[in-house]
Design a protein around this ligand. Structure first.
Ligand SMILES: Nc1ncnc2c1ncn2[C@@H]1O[C@H](COP(=O)(O)OP(=O)(O)OP(=O)(O)O)[C@@H](O)[C@H]1O
Ligand SMILES: [Mg+2]
Length: 246
């Protein structure tokens, strides 16, 4: 049976001005995959996510999302995205937790439509899933950084996406909230079948919920399920580079 990939990255090269950031990236992600991307600071991980989301265009190669060129993809409700440092750019957000999460339903509902009962129910479910239900009527500006991070994760899942892209989602979150988040992501992947693409330096934390690990450092230097068995030296070298910053 032929399963259509969720994400297809083919021979992608990217530069900011003249500096090569990513070179000849090839990665195919299938429905139900849970991919963990690791790599040193400046390796191009966040850049790769922006290419997948169509926010940046490769100078060479092609990125496809659900079979369509990423920069022409319009069904954004199918994707939940939490950017790196999301809370830093949303300080003083003059809304409640509920309102912030409901905003994620705009992708489903359209910009000028009013929210209906289903939207409120989905928003409550998403807030419960990140363990913030008792704070649902609090103003976002009254929450801690870690609690705000969880609000943005709730907003990313409220549209019931097929693909969830998280850029360092566990940074700044306490141990208990990390465990709630990991359990939530596991359920979203295992039970709801949502494809996950997670950038994280905390490999130990995410390893129980990923089925493939990709190590990126300008190039893909290790990809756990696309390695050739007869390429053992390369794999060992790549593993060394993964372990070097664990
Ligand atoms: N808007 C930009 N303009 C120019 N260069 C940029 C821009 N954004 C990122 N870069 C450069 O691109 C490289 C890759 O950045 P990127 O943010 O993708 O790294 P990263 O792997 O996500 O790192 P980190 O682990 O620190 O988040 C870095 O050298 C960075 O300085
Ligand atoms: Mg980054």
């Amino acid at each position: 049976m032929n399963i259509s990939p969720v994400i297809e990255i083919k021979n992608v090269t990217f530069k900011y001005s003249c500096h090569p950031i990513l070179e000849n990236i090839n990665l195919t992600i299938y429905p139900g995959d849970s991919i963990g991307i690791t790599g040193p600071n400046g390796a191009g991980k966040s850049t790769l996510l922006k290419l997948v989301l169509g926010k940046l265009k490769p100078v060479k190669g092609q990125v496809k999302l659900f079979g369509k060129p990423a920069d022409k993809f319009t069904e954004m409700y199918r994707i939940g995205y939490v950017p790196q440092n999301v809370t830093a750019f949303n300080q003083g957000f003059p809304t409640t937790v509920m309102e912030a999460v409901l905003a994620g339903r705009i992708a489903v509902r359209g910009l000028f439509k009013t929210f209906n009962n289903e939207d409120y129910t989905r928003a409550e479910e998403a807030i419960k899933r990140v363990g913030l239900y008792p704070l649902k009527n609090r103003s976002l500006s009254e929450l801690s950084g870690g609690q705000q991070q969880r609000v943005f994760i709730a907003r990313a899942i409220v549209s019931n996406p097929d693909l969830l892209i998280l850029d360092e989602p566990t940074v700044g979150i306490d141990v208990q909230a990390q465990s709630i988040l990991i359990q939530t992501l596991r359920d979203l992947n295992y039970k709801d079948g949502i494809t996950l693409l997670i950038v994280s330096h905390e490999l130990e934390l995410i390893s129980p919920i990923i089925n493939r690990q990709v190590c990126l450092d300008r190039k893909i230097c290790y990809c756990s399920s696309c390695m050739a068995e007869n390429d053992a030296d390369k794999v060992i070298n790549c593993r060394k580079s993964v372990w070097a910053y664990q």
